[in-house]
Design a protein around this ligand. Structure first.
Ligand code: F6P
Length: 369
């Protein structure tokens, strides 16, 4: 039986998502109720790797008072980063070249030195892969699945996704009237990396006429045909929802910036390309709206708040039970625990047999195929 817990740390990594503060608050309250002390690590693991950057402390005590009133706030009071993964940390070598080095031992040493018994790591694929590596090196770790993209395997959903979908849906609602008034094609680009969850859910909910997702290579001729067909029925406007990672049948994707050491490639710009091409193909005035980081901001929906609190408290229960190397997951109607190694490095895209996808097809939505 592992030794009883007295002190735990919590960190948030990767892109922020609505609900992070609700997780932090719930972990701190559930842990404090068990008599444990909680500590927050700033900006992923930067608080440990670069303590000099934080005059007020790279790792600081999280009391119940410190987390009062934060459950409904977007962002994370710990800060976050999607650069400088400690497993592949970019280091300048004496000869001027940059190489990736593994700095996870420094994190383990820190935990031992500060007598921290366990870590709650809140993040997406990257953070959970780091969490798994720390667990394999002997640290007690429980992961909590976060991302607006909903692209993590083994959980029905991640927290943050519902808020992003709700906001994108509201934007679609607003765009219908202006698109119709001007008889335009409106292209709405949403985040999601290589998965089409946000585009699919918000597209269907928001009444899109075409939805382009990475899982289905698109042919814009098919979308143009859909727009023309609508016109033949007197519907003079169309809304097209495009996931940032969508790709044409020839495999082309739109990038803002290529991958570099310590940072993944940055997607974006596909909305502009699709709008231009559709204008050329249909002769209709077309406009693009990029929702981008707006999808990551704002207050979490009640679904995300509750999911965040269920995840946070379940993470504390897992540690109390002596579990490690697991991620808290949503498996309706309950939360359960899945091994981190079954999640790390795996992406969950929209399956082709998804009933949500079929719903879109039955509603007459064009998927560009
Ligand atoms: O993973 C969340 C996410 O918002 C993706 O949807 C998007 O591709 C990426 O992060 C953007 O990251 P950044 O914050 O570096 O712009």
């Amino acid at each position: 039986m592992p030794s009883p817990i007295r002190r735990i740390a919590i960190c948030t990594g990767g892109g922020d998502a609505p609900g992070l503060n609700a997780v932090i608050r719930s972990v701190v309250i559930a842990a404090s109720n068990r008599g444990w002390e909680c500590y927050g690590i700033r900006e992923g693991f930067n608080g440990i790797l670069f303590p000099e950057r934080y005059p007020e402390g790279g790792v600081f005590r999280l009391t119940r008072d410190r987390v009062r009133g934060i459950g409904h706030l977007g962002g994370t009071i710990l800060g976050t980063t999607n650069k400088g993964n400690p497993l592949h940390f970019p280091m300048k070598m004496p000869d001027g070249t940059v190489k990736e080095v593994d700095r996870t031992d420094e994190i383990l040493e820190f935990f031992a030195r500060k007598e921290l018994d366990a870590l709650v790591s809140v993040g997406g694929d990257g953070s959970l892969t780091i969490a798994n590596a720390l667990h394999l090196k002997g640290l007690r770790v429980v992961g909590v699945p976060k991302t607006i993209d909903n692209d993590l395997d083994k959980t029905f959903t991640t927290f943050g996704f519902d808020t992003a979908v709700a906001f994108a849906t509201e934007c679609m609602d607003r765009l219908h009237s202006t698109a119709e008034s001007h008889q335009r094609v409106m292209v709405v680009e949403v985040m999601g990396r290589y998965a089409g969850w946000i585009a699919l859910h918000a597209g269907i909910s928001g009444g899109a006429h075409a939805i382009l997702i990475p899982e289905i290579p698109y042919d814009l001729e098919k979308v143009a045909a859909k727009i023309r067909e609508r016109e033949s029925h007197g519907r003079m406007y169309s809304l097209v929802m495009v996931a940032e990672g969508a790709q044409a049948a020839d495999g082309q994707r739109s990038l803002q910036a290529p991958a570099e050491i310590g940072h993944a490639e940055r997607l974006g710009g596909i909305g502009e390309r699709v709008a231009k091409s559709l204008q050329g193909l249909t002769g209709k005035d077309s406009r693009v709206v990029v929702l981008g980081h707006l999808l990551r901001g704002g207050s979490p929906t009640s679904f995300d708040r509750l999911a965040a609190m269920r995840f946070g408290t379940a993470a504390v229960r897992a540690l109390e039970e002596g579990q490690s190397g697991v991620m808290v997951a949503l498996a309706f109607p309950n939360v359960n625990y899945v091994p981190l190694e079954e999640v790390a490095g795996r992406m969950k895209g929209v399956p082709m047999d998804s009933d949500t996808l079929q719903t879109g097809r039955d509603m007459g939505i064009c998927f560009g195929d």
